[in-house]
Design a protein around this ligand. Structure first.
Ligand code: ASP
Ligand code: MG
Length: 453
């Protein structure tokens, strides 16, 4: 029965935005909302920068850098709440500031505690935004109750990117939230933050509030998990590159997963798995235009006349080619190759292989020099920086001939370096030089969606 509503940082950027969220929640009261909220926009970045500065021995500068962040919380509350409630919230902000300053000072002399400290500091962003939002929703006439998300989401101790413990999380979340819903209160909690079984604060990784929403949705077998952001749903392409990009009405889970990995920033990639397991539809909504229905992501796998549903792209990618005759007719080669990436904790995005070569793309090339040295023991290594990945997605790709021909004739004068068709055969992915990626995406959009107007 409940509906999980997750609001991102831009949806609580200022007093006006908080008002708007309270209005949206009130309008959906009958759907039994459970609210998950990010830190106010920019707050996580500010807290993170402070922990980095403190870790480098500049604790006092780090503390000073956060003054504006705390002032912003005080001012926002003063605009939104009755004087008594604003004062109570301001006490919480002061308390948070005090705790954060202690953490920043102590982190300088203990590098081993760097990641736990970072999580402890970052968690205040979501704790404050969720406390404030609960109070605003209450004052606007909808009964709301703040919930400490760390009581609901339990994780391992991989600080800064902790993994939820299942089924404990599902059980705990239900245990904490069900009584609140039964009393017809709206639970309001911070996304992103969690705790270990021992009660130490962890976080789910940047952008992790979506994931919190999905976990809560799965725990409560929600009717729908809504991700409220500042664009209308998932678009056919990045609107900064293709101004005529349109909202996609429906996507399958598989299509949404591909898009989440390749640049469509609206949905955190991990969000989809809990939704799939519970067959819970996900909806991407626009808090600036709540009447628009946005994009619905669900189990349906429909194809459209256009075949292609979206074109995603990602710049700043490095591609690596390994060529070796030893690959021919030998086993164990790919394992040895991927072990190199595993040893250096480097994620490989796209892979294509031939009889004697493997090409792959990396998002994070920080460990590349050592990786290349180790790969050279396996074969001849080539590295190309400044690449971009383009990913064309649609359930209709499965079994529609001629898509590749249309893609490549639309960009026939652009050199393509790596091509891969996903095993799910709903995506077609390739690498090109970064400088021409916007042009390529615009041409592909025109080819598959036409020019509007
Ligand atoms: N506040 C966190 C971040 O900025 C989590 C989130 O917003 O999803 O990464
Ligand atoms: Mg986000």
């Amino acid at each position: 029965m409940p509906t999980v509503m997750k609001f991102g940082g831009t949806s609580v950027a200022d007093a006006h935005a908080f008002e708007n969220v309270a209005r949206i929640v009130a309008s959906q009261q009958r759907a039994a909302p459970v609210v998950v909220v990010s830190a106010m926009s920019g707050v996580t970045d500010a807290l993170l920068a402070a922990t980095v500065a403190a870790g480098e021995g500049r604790a006092e500068a780090a503390i000073a850098s956060l003054e504006a962040t705390f002032a912003r919380h005080h001012q926002t509350a003063a605009k939104l709440l009755t004087p008594a409630a604003a004062q109570a919230f301001s006490k919480q902000v002061d308390n948070a500031a005090h705790q954060i300053n202690e953490l920043l000072r102590s982190s300088a002399d203990n590098p081993l505690r760097r990641r736990p400290t970072q999580d402890a500091v970052l968690a205040y962003g979501e704790m404050l935004s969720s406390e404030l939002l609960a109070e605003v929703i209450n004052e606007r006439g909808t009964k709301a109750q703040h919930v400490d998300a760390r009581r609901c989401i339990l994780t391992d101790d991989e600080y800064t990117c902790a993994l939820p413990l299942m089924p404990d999380t599902l059980f705990k979340a239900r245990d904490v939230l069900a009584p609140i819903l039964e009393n017809a209160f709206v639970p309001v909690m911070g996304g992103f933050i969690a705790s270990t079984a021992e009660g130490t604060t962890t976080t789910l990784g940047r952008g992790g509030s979506d994931y919190t929403a999905a976990l809560i949705g799965a725990a409560l077998t929600a009717d729908e998990i809504q991700i409220w952001t500042d664009v209308t749903g998932v678009l056919t392409a990045d609107p900064r590159v293709v101004p005529e990009a349109q909202t996609i009405e429906r996507l399958s889970y598989a299509e949404a997963s591909e898009l989440a990995y390749f640049g469509a920033k609206v949905l955190h990639p991990k969000t989809i798995q809990p939704a799939i397991e519970g067959s819970i539809p996900l909806r991407i909504c626009n808090s600036r235009a709540p009447e628009e229905i946005g994009t619905l992501v669900g189990p349906q796998t429909e194809t459209t006349d256009r075949t292609i549903k979206a074109i995603a792209h990602k710049s700043g990618v490095t591609t690596v080619q390994i060529t070796s005759a030893r690959m021919l007719g030998a086993y164990g080669f790919l394992r040895a190759l991927f072990e190199v990436f595993e040893r250096h904790k480097t994620v490989v995005d796209v892979v294509a292989t031939s009889e004697v070569s493997v090409s792959l793309s990396l998002d994070d090339a920080s460990a590349l020099p050592v990786i290349v040295t180790e790969l050279e023991q396996l074969g001849i290594v080539g590295v190309e920086k400044g690449c971009a990945i383009v990913c064309v997605v649609g359930e209709g790709l499965r079994g529609t001939p001629g898509i590749a021909a249309r893609v490549f004739s639309a960009i026939s004068d652009i050199n393509v370096t790596l091509i891969s068709q996903g095993a799910s055969s709903i995506n077609f992915t390739f690498a090109i030089e970064e400088e021409r990626v916007e042009e390529a995406v615009r041409r592909l959009h025109a080819e598959f969606f036409g020019k509007r107007g």
